[in-house]
Write a protein of this length. Structure first.
Length: 168
């Protein structure tokens, strides 16, 4: 069974750093929902209020550059973002997202193929991004099985718990 996500695209450009995803001044907040309410406010003040569960973030090159804060992936997942599809990712953001169970997909050409608000479907295991609105289909990178296990499980910790339970 292929793992697919589908939702509205929220489009961002190149070099969206972790301080844009969640500004450092909010990292001390204890309430995860309050922290998430500030996601992307620097570039899209309405993002956290308007994003719906299942929506996707689509971006250009080097998404998640900057500091290594895992809160950047956390707030997107907390808001219900089903996946981040970008031309490329900063490696630490990529790994933080996978560790938290947030699917990240590298897809060349996605910046040009998707507009803000388009309906997009991502077949994570099949390696396909479909812009349903435009009828465009792109091939994308498929995560290795061990990383897909993290995504399916909801993150690295949950994957480990499942593995340990299965061995017991």
């Amino acid at each position: 069974m292929a793992m697919k996500v589908r939702g509205r695209a929220w489009k961002f450009g190149d070099n969206i750093d972790t301080d844009v995803v969640i500004p450092g001044r909010y990292l001390t907040l204890r309430d995860p929902d309050e922290m998430a309410s500030h996601a992307m406010e620097v570039v899209r003040p309405d993002f956290a209020r308007m994003v719906k569960a299942g929506d996707l973030v689509v971006a250009g090159r080097n998404f998640g550059c900057g500091s290594s804060r895992e809160e950047a992936a956390f707030v997107l997942k907390r808001l219900g973002v089903s996946a981040v599809v970008a031309e490329s990712f900063a490696r630490i953001f990529f790994r933080n997202a996978i560790n938290l169970g947030l699917p990240v997909v590298e897809c060349k050409g996605v910046s040009e193929a998707v507009n803000d608000g388009d309906e997009v479907e991502v077949d994570l295991e099949g390696g396909v991004v479909r812009n349903v609105t435009k009828g465009v289909e792109l091939k994308c990178t498929v995560l290795p099985d061990f990383l897909m296990d993290f995504v399916r499980s909801g993150g690295a910790i949950e994957a480990l718990k499942r593995k340990l339970k299965a061995q017991a």
